[in-house]
Design a protein around this ligand. Sequence first.
Ligand code: NAD
Length: 385
Amino acid sequence: MLRVFIPKERAPGETRVAATPETVKAMVKEGVEVIVESGAGSGPHIPDLSYEAAGARLSRDPVTDWAAADLVLKVAAPQRREVGAIDEMRAFKPGAILIGFLAPHRNLEMVRTLAGGEVSAFAMELIPRISRAQSMDALSSQASIAGYKAIILAAGHLGKYFPLLITAAGTVPPAKVLVIGAGVAGLQAIATAKRLGATIDAFDLRPAVKEEVESLGARFHVLPGFGGNGGSGQYAREVGEALLKKQQEVLRPLVSECDAAICTAQVPGRPSPTLITNDMVDGMRPGSVIVDLAVEQGGNCEGSELGRDVIRHGVVIIGHPNLAATMPYDASVLFSRNVFQLMRHLIKDQALHLDLNDEITRAALLTHQGKVLHQPTIALLEGGF
Ligand code: NAD
């Protein structure tokens, strides 16, 4: 019988879990034995008893159960021993499968160790954004949470109402929100700001998103005279220096007028474009807020810092790297469903089959049979990083 293990997450700040009672039940129905480390659900407040009721066995000896598992489901990349009591990178048996967010470019030592340990590691961030893989798209499910939470954070920091209010003491105008980048996180930020009653401007290089942005109630801005930046699929292409300067000039008045700016502009695998420079921040009203979701890739705002709230000229610039982890319950529910769908994709006749000709498997499989398969990661490893 296929044995699946779900450990407690030990990475700093990681509050999510890779399976919920809902997905445990579904796994058991598929004929899988599920073992959950005691306390794995403590971040999202899912008690051990709920996992047991769903059909899981509880583990109080994670080292043994990890080493016996055919498949390990995680949220964050395996950690070194210093972080937790377990050397997570070396906890697997040879041939085991790992599924989780692995951030290979930031975890090259982990990639080498997993390959060396003959672990077949699936990186959820490498799931292709194709319709067949939509239900497995964890980047999107978590980015949507981040877009929502970015607005909630901005509203919490802003000393103003978001909605228009007509009161006995007179009228309060609605807050002005600017959303830069109208992909998954940006669209959810627009929808959330709209629900709170703000007026919203949105900017993206892809004209294709205009309709969606406007249907959510925002004004859409593009670069005048710019034909678009479709790239392949749903992604934009990276822009050059001259275009970046033009963008900054289009954004300058929108930035100076807004109360809150949410930055989500990103081309996958590239450093994020700097769209709000320090002098643009200096032109904002003190008390305004910037939430820079792109901070992990360098940020869209020149002054943002990873993991910090920076105050510049009275403007708060929030650089939280993992907003989904601030909503651990729904983030875990959605992430677990994404992971379960990938797992189902890999299971045939109650056994795991990795078909390297399958587009989803091929794209997301980072290490397999002692080798690293993901080309950009191979390039980084060969570059001596
Ligand atoms: P996405 O690919 O769906 O959307 C990115 C959007 O940016 C696209 O619409 C693209 O056209 C646009 N874009 C690219 N270059 C641009 C430019 N120069 N000017 C204007 N728009 C441009 O990505 P997503 O899933 O929405 O994620 C957005 C960002 O948020 C990423 O950097 C991601 O890593 C980050 N993120 C952060 C957190 C967090 O907690 N900090 C959580 C999830 C995602």
